[in-house]
Design a protein around this ligand. Structure first.
Ligand SMILES: [Zn+2]
Ligand SMILES: [Zn+2]
Length: 351
């Protein structure tokens, strides 16, 4: 048997005993050595994103291969691997169109902790193992690569979808984990000026460490006004929305130059129709502004690239891990992470 953190009911989750999963054909079972809690897990527990009762939560696993199913070649038991939150099959039409996160259809690539048992547990079963197990180089620790499994992949994908060009001016609304990943992504894509927007001091400080040139405190001044001032009234080339709120989405549209791109990473709870487009700022549909949305790509090749960025010190993700908990104290970890207390950015959970 093993421990697993499961969704029980709205605002109810906790550890239960479950059998250790068995690897079927093409699958692998990983002994989880490190994982984390995602903002999406909070949405799940609050009942804002429905999953079935008893499902193990969590989609960001680092671990050691415990068992390989029939037909899985190229890996060995005991090998250390990272697995992305998105585990595409690698063979469906969506995957072969490079829409890894939409494998098999809408959101289909997100399986762990959504449609199948996730990784806030001692063991987790990984589907399509040969498409998804990414070996970790010996010189990197579990903590070094933990955040490649979701938040950095997602943040970077917001910068990639926006097609940031060398010399662009970029604003990122929200300096939570995803927003901080987007700042790092904008820097990697060659932005000339990166502006972060938040109000929590620890996050504003971290934004600079991740590559932001300046950070606007939205409680102290109107970010749209500030951004238009900084850009001589022109607006930014790219605005990345990393929160999922009407106000930030609207500010992203307002602060983007005509012909610019609004890249949406936030998860919008409730009715999407409630997220209105500020018509005048969208130029009544005539301003050549572009809105793109992205769910992070997954699969082992994506992971290999992200791990290479860490290995060659192009990005430091470890500094985002501010708190550490054993799996037995996962309830405390959830409490801290969801209350955003004590300067928390990401928590690491060790089974
Ligand atoms: Zn996540
Ligand atoms: Zn697929």
């Amino acid at each position: 048997m093993m421990r697993a953190n499961v969704f029980k009911d709205v605002n109810k989750s906790g550890l239960v005993e479950k059998p250790i999963p068995k690897a079927g054909p093409g699958e692998a079972v990983i002994k989880v050595t490190l994982t984390t809690i995602c903002g999406t897990d909070i949405h799940i527990i609050r009942g804002e994103f429905p999953v079935k009762e008893g499902l193990t939560i969590g989609h960001e696993p680092i671990g050691i291969i415990h068992e390989l199913g029939d037909g899985v070649t190229g890996y060995t038991v005991g090998q250390r691997v990272a697995v992305n939150a998105i585990t595409p099959c690698g063979v469906c039409n969506y995957c072969l169109s490079a829409n890894w996160s939409q494998c098999g259809g809408f959101l289909g690539g997100w399986k762990l902790g959504n449609t199948i048992d996730g990784c806030q547990a001692d063991y987790v079963k990984i589907p399509a193992a040969m498409a998804n197990l990414a070996p970790i180089p010996d010189e990197l620790s579990d903590e070094d690569v933990l955040l490649t499994t979701d938040i950095f992949s997602t943040g970077l994908s917001g910068a990639e979808s926006a097609e940031i060009k060398v010399g662009d001016t970029v604003v990122v609304f929200g300096q939570g984990p995803i927003g901080l990943g987007a700042v790092a992504g904008a820097k990697l894509k060659g932005a000339a000026l990166i502006i972060g927007v938040d109000t929590i001091p620890s996050r504003m400080k971290m934004a600079k460490k991740m590559g932001a040139d300046m950070v606007i405190d939205f409680r102290k001044s109107d970010p749209v006004k500030e951004i238009l001032g900084i850009t001589n009234g022109r607006g930014v080339d790219v605005a990345i929305e990393a929160l999922g709120l009407q106000a930030t989405f609207e500010n992203a549209v307002k602060s983007t130059r005509v012909g610019g791109t609004i890249s949406s990473l936030g998860v919008y709870p409730g009715d999407m129709a409630s997220i209105g487009l500020p018509n005048k700022d969208f130029g009544f549909g005539l301003a050549d502004k572009r809105i793109v949305s992205t769910l992070c790509p997954g699969g082992k090749e994506r992971m290999r690239r992200l791990i290479e960025l860490v290995r060659n010190e192009r990005v430091n993700l470890r500094q985002l891990i501010t708190h550490r908990f054993p799996l037995d104290e996962i309830d405390e970890a959830y409490e801290l992470f969801s209350s955003q207390g004590d300067g928390v950015i990401k928590v690491a959970i060790t089974p």
